[in-house]
Design a protein around this ligand. Sequence first.
Ligand code: GAR
Length: 192
Amino acid sequence: MKVVILGSGRGSNAEAILLAQEAGQLGRARVVQLLSDKPDAGILALGERFGVPATYVDPAPFKTKLEGAGEERFVAAIRECGAELIVLAGFMRVLKPVFLAAFAGKIINLHPSLLPAFPGLDGIGQAWRRGVKYAGCTVHGVTAEVDGGPIIDQAIVRLEASDTLEALTEKIHAAEHVLLPKVIARLSVQKA
Ligand code: GAR
């Protein structure tokens, strides 16, 4: 199963997926392309290290959503690499109908909270400020409702009284790095 990873940031989840692949722990999935809407995103630097094509795609004209010409450029890039699964790993743009229709049922997103709690921006900070005792992360199917698609799997972390926001952030990231590769591996086997 060919996989494309889309990210806007440091790419630690893409790195976890590629490490799982190197270790033979990604089932029948194979990452064939990394794409970013930010030319200097850390995720693009992983391409050379892991021998996977990594490409910046211009997302213009919008700042926070993918629509219009930028959306069409992303759709074309994904079609070109033949991906059967599109993994959003820190891709910080709202997807719109053209993209969603092009890859319906094939897009998954990682979110740093136990959805449906704390959707949207800064899921970790939202949970922290609310004073939860358990937090975590979610992998879900992507639909037009932001962070509202079907939940595929989740991982839970417990907050200790001594935990700072930084400690919680680290715990959630560590949980994400295990959860997302595991879900991809499982989906690849189910689809085979
Ligand atoms: C991850 O924590 C992911 O859950 C979050 O962005 C981070 C990306 O980190 N995604 C969202 O907040 C989406 N709403 P990474 O670039 O190191 O993988």
